[in-house]
Write a protein that binds this ligand. Structure first.
Ligand code: G4P
Length: 525
């Protein structure tokens, strides 16, 4: 197969949702269709269990196991599909944001009873920033839920994206009979079954009497009415608009019952984009460029304290990646030869000899990689767009063993390289501040510093509202701001100025008093 053919058949995407909407279940069903697993439950066992929220060791253990499911590759109808898993636990939200920089499209799962939830909204913002094409799967139709038209309105309003239903439910909950597949003109009848695919009735059009036979006259009449309304309200599905991230096709189904999942998958492989060009500081990299390039979007640490090893996840962006070929690690300028790169097929990790754009390669690492690092055949490229958001929680980190300050320093630096949390240095008192998304990370950091680096730390509370990266075209105004807010100024690891606002009020006042300053709540590595 040529490089172009390899690229064309690749679909690299993530499934995202608010916890409990059904992401794991849907992932698993897609893997069943791809023949990557044979029984339901295989992925589920790797899931971070909800009961473990206070027991982070347990979570880390499970995260360790889940390295195998971090990327799930499988073949389906001639397509090579790579699903990038994202952690469900919201304390690991930063991981998810970074993973979204490595996908070409996403599927969002929404619970029909709960509608759009907080985490979904936030994830959608990241997709919007990058114009990532989005398909929405409304799940749990076998349960009582909301009116599908209401759900569509809510999706549009809350996710700020136009929607276009491509399938439509016939009733919901106990009376749920199936879905009409608008995209393929067929009715899929609902037969609740956790392992098998439902029955399909092919029809010519919406007036076909076979619909009445299949679901009864009353429901058939209601379906025709709904479809009329849909055709009247929503413009016809336009693939180009979807690819631009302007409209999201919507499917209805039940992941648990394997219902509507195959329809979703069939449509997905057809319309979802193959690897797209990626912007770097230097130039736009096209997947079919002849030379290899890729970037690291995630680093996964091994929890074994006896040997500190990580896997760096590299997304191939152009050319062909080959085992044992000498590449350039752009940040250090050093040559890089990977003798045992791994690819992720279903739940196995295999050594691979080659990989194509869209594929994810796992590179064993002993602390040389940093998130955002570029690997090329020699060209200097910097991929941009790996965001880092303002943390939600902040604490001063203090050394409690003066003999081990070097170890502590090294440990902090490496954990930050892995993207476990963010480090800021307060310019006023020179103290180090660690910012995280959730309490869990503080525990993870403390434990890992001790067990992997032999360093001890303690946390000191710090009440901050947000970290804002600041910038201005007016150098004088910037200096004036920094002088005035001296006590609240810090730098991030890249040396960028960060204003630490201790309350929403203070932030709003600062924005009001210093109109020349740009305040931003996300940065790029
Ligand atoms: P997540 O990864 O998004 O957090 O969600 P997950 O797939 O784990 O699903 C959350 C719960 O919702 C699970 O139940 C799952 O079985 C259920 N679920 C998923 N899809 C459907 C569906 O289409 N219909 C119905 N009725 N339920 C669905 P649980 O009780 O939390 O877990 P388990 O004991 O079933 O494993």
């Amino acid at each position: 197969m040529t490089q172009t053919e390899e690229i064309k058949r690749r679909r690299t995407f993530a499934i995202i949702s608010h916890p409990d909407a059904g992401k794991t279940t849907l992932t698993e069903k897609l893997l069943l269709f791809g023949g990557a697993i044979h029984v339901a439950g295989a992925v589920k066992n790797n899931k971070i269990k909800k009961t473990a929220t206070s027991d982070w060791m347990e979570i880390e253990k499970q995260r360790g196991i889940s390295v195998a499911t971090s990327v799930m590759g499988f073949e389906y109808e001639g397509y090579k599909i790579n699903i990038l898993d994202t952690p469900g636990h919201q304390d690991f939200a930063e991981d998810t944001y970074r993973t979204l920089t490595a996908v070409d499209s996403v599927i969002i799962v929404v619970d029909v009873a709960k509608g759009v939830e907080q985490q979904t909204r936030k994830l959608m913002e990241v997709c919007r920033m990058r114009n990532t094409p989005v398909i929405i799967f409304v799940n749990k139709l076998d349960r009582e839920g909301r009116d599908p038209f209401d759900i569509l309105d809510e999706l549009e309003q809350e996710l700020k994206i136009d929607v276009r239903p491509l399938s439509w439910p016939i009733n919901i909950g106990a009376k749920f009979k199936g879905v009409y597949n608008i995209y393929e003109n067929a009715i899929d009848l609902f037969t609740p079954d956790k392992q098998r695919v439902s029955e399909r009735v092919e029809i010519n059009d919406v007036n076909d009497p076979r619909i009445d036979e299949a679901v009864g006259e009353a429901d058939a009449a209601k379906l025709r009415e709904d479809l009329d309304l849909i055709e009247g309200v929503y413009p016809a599905f336009d693939k180009e608009e979807y690819l631009k991230g302007a409209v999201a096709p919507v499917f209805f189904g039940s992941a648990l019952n394997t219902f509507g999942v195959k329809e979703l998958l069939d449509c997905f492989v057809e319309i979802a984009p193959s690897p797209r060009p990626v912007v770097t500081d230097e130039r736009t990299v096209n997947p079919d460029d002849p030379t290899f390039s890729g970037f690291v979007f995630k680093i996964h640490a091994n929890m074994d304290p006896n040997h500190r090893s990580c896997i760096a996840f590299l997304k191939v962006c152009s050319g062909k990646f080959e085992r044992n070929k000498v590449y350039k690690h752009v940040r250090s300028g050093k040559p890089l030869k990977v003798s045992s790169p791994t690819a992720f097929m279903a739940q196995r990790k295999d050594i691979v000899d080659e990989a194509w754009p869209g594929d994810i390669v796992g590179i064993p690492d002993t602390g040389n990689f940093k998130i955002g690092d570029t690997v090329t055949e020699g060209e200097v490229l910097h991929f941009n767009g790996i965001p880092s958001f303002s943390p939600e929680m902040f604490k001063y980190i203090e050394n409690t063993d003066p003999m081990k300050s070097k170890q502590l320093e090294k440990g902090i630096q490496q954990l930050m390289d892995e993207g476990v949390a963010q480090l800021f240095v307060n310019k006023f008192n020179n103290r180090k501040i660690i910012g995280t998304v959730g309490q869990l990370q503080f525990e993870v950091i403390q434990y890992r510093l001790l067990h992997e680096y032999g360093a001890q730390c303690r946390w000191e509370p710090l009440s901050l509202y947000k970290a804002c990266w600041i910038d201005s075209d007016d150098a004088e105004a910037l200096e004036a701001f920094k002088r005035r807010k001296q006590q609240y100024m810090a730098v991030d690891r890249a040396g960028r100025d960060v204003f630490l606002a201790d309350s929403n009020y203070v932030l709003q006042m600062a924005q009001h008093d210093f109109p020349a300053i740009k305040f931003s709540f996300s940065s790029e590595y």
